[in-house]
Design a protein around this ligand. Structure first.
Ligand code: NI
Length: 148
């Protein structure tokens, strides 16, 4: 595997533990589908993980697959993030991330270059999607740490 792909996979593999480390401070935080604390953020990461893995699987199944946009606020209401148990969503995220990592570790080199068409972003490769997922983790880790 190329180093750049290995680095992306390594970054993704670290996030579940980084979130778990924030859990003690988040206990008893106010709950809201509009203003997210750690539990709502992790519930969002669970949905986004399934979404991104699904997109990658669609591209692997069919070059040029059409990838739909996602409305995070709507998902928060529909899945009622404010009702989620922090430890349950942390476990769920670790599981979902593990599934994504095994998918990525089994990709052939040429699979990383396969592309789909996102309705906002246009043509995106599997590598682009994985980079976006790494950036998405980082943005929400900053948010969870109160840095943004
Ligand atoms: Ni997000």
């Amino acid at each position: 595997m190329q180093d750049v792909y290995r680095e992306l996979i390594d970054a993704l593999s670290e996030t579940p533990q980084q979130l778990v480390a924030l859990a003690p401070e988040a206990e008893g935080a106010p709950r809201s589908n509009e203003h997210w604390g750690l539990a709502e953020i992790v519930a969002h990461l669970v949905d986004v993980e399934r979404l991104y893995r699904g997109r990658i699987q669609e591209i692997l199944a069919r070059e040029g697959a059409y990838l739909r946009r996602f409305d995070p606020d709507r998902a928060a209401r529909e899945h009622d993030y404010a009702s989620k148990d922090l430890h349950a969503v942390l476990d769920e995220f670790a599981h979902e991330r593990g599934e994504t990592l095994s998918l990525l570790m089994n990709l052939a080199l040429k699979d990383w270059e396969r592309t789909g068409i996102h309705d906002e972003w246009g043509e995106v490769s599997v590598e682009d999607l994985v980079e976006r997922l790494v950036d998405h983790d980082a943005a929400h880790l900053r948010q969870a740490r109160g840095e943004s």
